[in-house]
Design a protein. Structure first.
Length: 281
């Protein structure tokens, strides 16, 4: 069969079938020649171990799961390097719904075909898609047609109030949101309540993934207390039909006076100057 047919067959296996074909540690951790540009993006062997147990935990948590040491070393190094480049570039479209102070950032534009693109490293990451499909256990899942977003909770951020994630696509059980922590030197915690009503506190670490089903676990983000936390937000779906709420987020039009747009521009200049200064040393 063709590679496309093989990928489709893999994605549509039952959870039991996926569990039986987990990637071995040796195949998941082979070193690439350039650690910054992996030949194929991957997740860690640990992430693909015990998928049935992870699916059980996800359900018990009211459809949220947190996993550390998520991507393999080469893929995470490439993701981190690309996020650092993005802050210096014009490849981020400011999210008009952010205020810049509590949450800074925007949608990632993908002008250049590159192995370092986050759309290649995350949306083109087949082992990651396998993990998502297996843990959610509602059939094959795919990258959404909504852009990846880079956000920072800055030193003065008060975090984000408690909420369940908004449903953007037609079928709630096949509409999943992700927060991948790129770095975190703050005291910022994520809080959520599981299916039994128990409260959980997590201080997310670099290279950790949190997956949340929409309309499910209520969760909040605390203040940073002087540090910073940067994340990537994105969506995977099993059905591309849209909910009515999707269309409220497609315009994203605001003027130069928008505080997030202004602060994102200042950040771009600041990071570019820091990069130039480091080259001169």
């Amino acid at each position: 069969s063709s590679p496309a047919e093989a990928a489709l067959a893999e994605g549509s296996r039952s959870l039991k079938g996926v569990e039986a074909t987990e990637v071995s540690p040796s195949s998941a951790q082979d070193d690439d020649k350039d650690p910054q540009l992996p030949r194929a993006p991957r997740v860690s062997a640990e992430a693909l171990t015990g998928l049935a147990e992870q699916a059980k935990t996800y359900k018990e948590n009211d459809h949220v799961i947190y996993k550390e040491n998520f991507f393999d070393d080469a893929t995470f190094a490439a993701i981190k390097a690309e996020t650092q480049r993005l802050w210096r570039s014009k490849d981020i479209e400011a999210n008009c719904n952010l205020d810049g102070k509590n949450r800074l950032g925007g949608y990632i534009l993908d002008h250049i075909t590159s192995n370092s693109s986050l759309y290649n490293l995350i949306y083109g990451n087949e082992p990651f898609r396998t993990w998502v499909s297996a843990v959610n256990d509602e059939g094959p899942m795919w990258p959404s047609d909504f852009p990846i977003e880079l956000r920072e909770y800055g030193r003065e951020s008060k975090g984000m109030g408690c909420h369940p994630d908004l449903q953007m696509y037609k079928v709630a059980k096949k509409d999943l949101e992700f927060a991948f922590t790129v770095d975190n030197d703050s005291r910022c915690n994520v809080t959520f309540w599981d299916a039994a009503g128990k409260q959980h506190f997590i201080q997310t670490k670099a290279n950790s993934m949190m997956m949340v089903r929409v309309n499910a676990a209520r969760h909040c983000v605390s203040s940073t207390a002087g540090g910073t936390r940067s994340i990537l937000k994105f969506i995977y779906v099993g059905d591309y039909r849209k909910s009515n709420e999707f269309w409220f987020y497609t315009g994203n039009e605001c003027g130069e006076g928008n505080p997030n747009r202004r602060m994102l521009s200042d950040r771009r200049t600041e990071r570019a100057e820091e990069a130039r200064a480091s080259l001169e040393l």
